[in-house]
Design a protein around this ligand. Structure first.
Ligand SMILES: *Cc1c(COP(=O)(O)O)cnc(C)c1O
Length: 357
């Protein structure tokens, strides 16, 4: 069998969840949208079920998959409903629902729900993606409460730049939020992973950690709390071929790499069809039998090449970690000009194997 696989460490996942809750001093919805950022939503939810205050997903399809797998407890739909007829399913499956637009307020007012809903009312405090305009926020809140269709409202907003630790924008967004919610007595939820890790002192009854659950830092620079995260996913494979090349020989498609010295080249069963980024350049770190080395040449669909010149012990069958506990996904992402979120979400084809520690 092809040796490429992703190991998912569920103990690390629980550690990171616990860290989020402790650092924030708040209840935490584990964000497991997009198949838990490529880690497998059902397995991750099962692993967190005992511990988690609830879960958050992007859409009702993701929520129903969890309910069908027996996941109980709160599940928040982060974008609410896309179509009005989802409200019946939201009621039936006891889902929590973001309301980010006036048409959704109106739909709830007109709906036939009998069991009052839990709504997270989202304010656009400056990210300008979704969320109610500050001028509409209080009226929307009052309309929802008056509708008789809503039992509880959590006040919510989302930061655009919380990963930039010296940027004043998050404080500005907080001020907009505080202004908009003046006088409303309700629980509050503002913080995603970078805000949990890097922005203490923001009011939080609930936090919404995503990427940090999977053990990757959202920051470009080192950060003390992020350093306590444990990587959950290890993407690994093996060396399937080795060759010795003299100096001056090209390696791989497009001859993007030419050997500068006699070079031992290892070929790894891993490529962009598995989700490894095609744009990772020569020099991107890998670990071979626990020793750091580097990618060389272009990543192809099913294979990539690594430099074994300084690793005489390594050879056919050596284990290669593309990212995990030795090579951080955030470092690979930085080399490939992307973010660990995208690396994880792009995972394909490789089997996921679950382990504890
Ligand atoms: C995805 C998402 C999160 C989680 O963000 P991370 O940066 O992964 O922690 C939190 N809140 C909302 C509204 C989201 O869409």
């Amino acid at each position: 069998m092809r040796p490429a696989r992703a190991l998912i460490d569920l103990q690390a996942l629980r550690h990171n969840y616990q860290l989020a809750r402790e650092v924030a001093g708040a209840r935490a919805l584990a964000v497991i949208k997009a198949d838990a950022y490529g880690h497998g939503a059902v397995r991750c939810a099962q692993a967190l079920q005992e511990q988690a205050d609830g879960f958050a997903v992007a859409c009702i399809e993701e929520a129903l998959q969890l309910r069908e797998a027996g996941i109980r407890g709160p599940i928040l739909l982060l974008e609410g409903f896309f179509e009005v007829d989802e409200l019946a399913l939201i009621e039936q499956h006891d889902l929590w629902c973001v309301v980010h637009a006036l048409w959704q307020v109106e739909a709830i007012e007109r709906s036939a729900v009998r069991k009052p809903l839990t709504v997270w009312l989202k304010l656009d405090s400056g990210m300008h993606r979704v969320g109610l305009h500050p001028a509409d926020y209080q009226a929307a809140y009052r309309r929802l409460l008056a509708s008789g269709k809503v039992a509880k409202i959590v006040l919510m907003s989302h930061f655009a730049r919380a990963d930039e630790l010296d940027c004043p924008r998050s404080s500005e967004q907080l001020a907009v939020f505080e202004q908009a919610r003046q006088g409303l007595v309700a629980e509050v939820s503002l913080r995603n992973s970078p805000a949990v890790l890097g922005w203490p002192g923001i009011p939080s009854d609930w936090v919404r950690p995503g990427i940090m659950l999977y053990g990757a830092t959202p920051f470009e620079q080192a950060q003390a709390v992020a350093a306590q995260l444990q990587p959950v996913m290890t993407l690994e494979s093996k060396i399937i071929s080795v060759r010795e090349l003299p100096a001056g020989e090209p390696v791989g498609y497009g001859a993007r790499f030419v050997t500068e010295r006699p070079t031992r080249v290892g070929v790894v069963a891993m490529g962009y069809a598995d989700g490894y980024p095609r744009h990772a350049p020569s020099g991107t770190p890998v670990a071979i039998d626990g020793q750091r080395s580097r990618l060389i040449g272009r990543v192809s669909m099913d294979m990539l090449c690594v430099d074994l010149s300084d690793l005489p012990q390594a050879g056919l069958g050596s284990r290669v970690e593309l990212w995990g506990k030795q090579v951080l996904a955030s470092d690979v992402a930085a080399c490939a000009d992307t973010i660990p979120y995208q690396l994880f979400c792009n995972l394909r084809r490789v089997p996921r194997l679950y382990c504890e520690g």
